[in-house]
Design a protein around this ligand. Sequence first.
Ligand SMILES: [Zn+2]
Length: 646
Amino acid sequence: MTAEPLALPRAASDWPAFISDGADSALATGRDVVARLKDGATRTPIEVLELWNDAERVISTASGFTSLFAEVHPDPGVRELSEEKSQAIIAFLTERGQDRELYRVLASVDTAELDAEAARLLEHVLRDFRRSGVDRDDATRARLAEISERSTIVGQRFSRNIRDDVRSLRLRPEQLDGLPEDYRNEHPADADGLVTITTDYPDTIPFLTFATDRDARHAVSRQFNSRAWPANDALLHELLDLRAEQARLLGYDAWPDFDTEDKMIGTGAAVADFIERISQLAGESGRAEVETLLRRAQQGDPSITEITTGDSAYYTELVRREQFDVDAQNVRRYFDFERVRAGLLEVTGRLFGISYRERPDVPRWADDVACYDVHRGDERVGRIYLDLHPREGKYKHAAQFDLATGVRGTQLPEGTLVCNFPRGLMEHTQVVTLFHEFGHLVHHVLGGDQRWARFSGVATEWDFVEAPSQMLEEWAWDADILRSFAVDAAGEPIPADLVARMRTAEDFGRAYRVRTQMYYAAVSYRLHLERPEDHDAAVQALADRYSLVRPLPGTHFQAAFGHLEGYGSGYYTYMWSLVIAKDLFSAFDPENLFDADVAARYRDEILARGGSADAADLVAAFLGRPYSFDAFGDWLDGEIQIKTLK
Ligand SMILES: [Zn+2]
């Protein structure tokens, strides 16, 4: 049997039925499989797992396309319907996770008859059940269900307060000195002669980066770091308490132990060690960078004695501009969207030994979405959609969404890149983002030739997920690769010395930002572990210990730290994935990023395996040794030469 792609509807009017029928039939299959597994019939262990897998494939595919179309479909009705169906799927999965009779059927499967991968599947499935509390007594399960419901509500309120608490400040027009002209044009003075600056990112980030008036920057930074305060303080206490209780009821000492159990890092204590280790690695260079920022600040105002959260972005930008001569406007003209997209497909096709065949005949949800079949030789191994421009009502960030979960011989893996790039010239940071997200997409597709849906594509440990994507960013920083597609209107490729300056400029500030990341990671971990009475005091103590940039007095960063909701105690995962990404990249020859042997091994040992083995084992198979921190340490040490550069 060959794996087939989903058949998306051609007529706009057929979309609601596609979503409804698709999700309903997946749910019907899911319920049918649950009923059959509990029917008392005699089945071999492999028959039990095959049945489970049939449900998993359709449920995870339906979960993928409903989540995607809830975010991208141009018709608000279809988005809403997709959201409803997505919730119905989550409700089914929650109910299934607490089904004790079903758990008993799966727990009684004899693993002696299973091969290693099937045994691993069963182990993961049973672990998912236990993490839902299926093996606890009735009263405990009832309380766990209450906690789950209440945590969802508290978490949603915490996030909503951050979204809704948009603060603003009125400033004199001259306090916008240093900001780009288009920014100042977009912020005219009102009838009182004052300009309003809000805490929304498009207002605040440029302000903190470019405004020369230090007092004004501090005022904006203070507002920004007081969002959702005090409303979120009580909610944060409740959320941390609920999570601690949930972990205890499930038999763990503390939330971070529950949170890390299914991740590469493995234990809560290892998170603490990781934070210490990375902080030490970045300490010396980070302090030197902040010293450089302080000296630059004192040139303008000798009374400045410290670099605060209202200063770091501004002086970093100033040092980069003055020392490395990189003008973002000049860089932009080399990155025409159409050329970049063609270049991305060329580069990744060559790297991974695949080709993309455009399918203009395949139905899509919007006209500017492009569809390609992915081939290895003559065999079609996946289908991708690139939805890369803004549209009304569309998802605002950049992400890869699964459209279909690949299962060998049954279902072709399909994924979608959802981004918001301009149709004309792109910033280089957007090109890097495109390569990053494509790293997730190619992982989903090349990892989609699996027997078990549970292990298909990006089904790996959560703290490994960002490693392949962060590694692919390196290809967007290579001068030779960029010159193959970054060409200006006159046909001139981007000069290699400009790329070298861009890299050096990007490197400056790397170590102190690593320390800031470790401060965030420590807040995420320590608040969950220790649940302090006074969040402000605890967060201030962590800033003293880890951050090299001073928080402004009287601010409450944690109240608007949205990751506390979605990432729990696991903010460290970004840096963990980066450590692994740097280690993976160390196997490539920096002079020849297309080395066919290394690239093929990377494809086969890392991407193609999906979640079928532990990430640490995949990495060891590719590198020929266990993963290490050395490459990451060398990357940070590169900094030492940079900081002395004048
Ligand atoms: Zn990512």
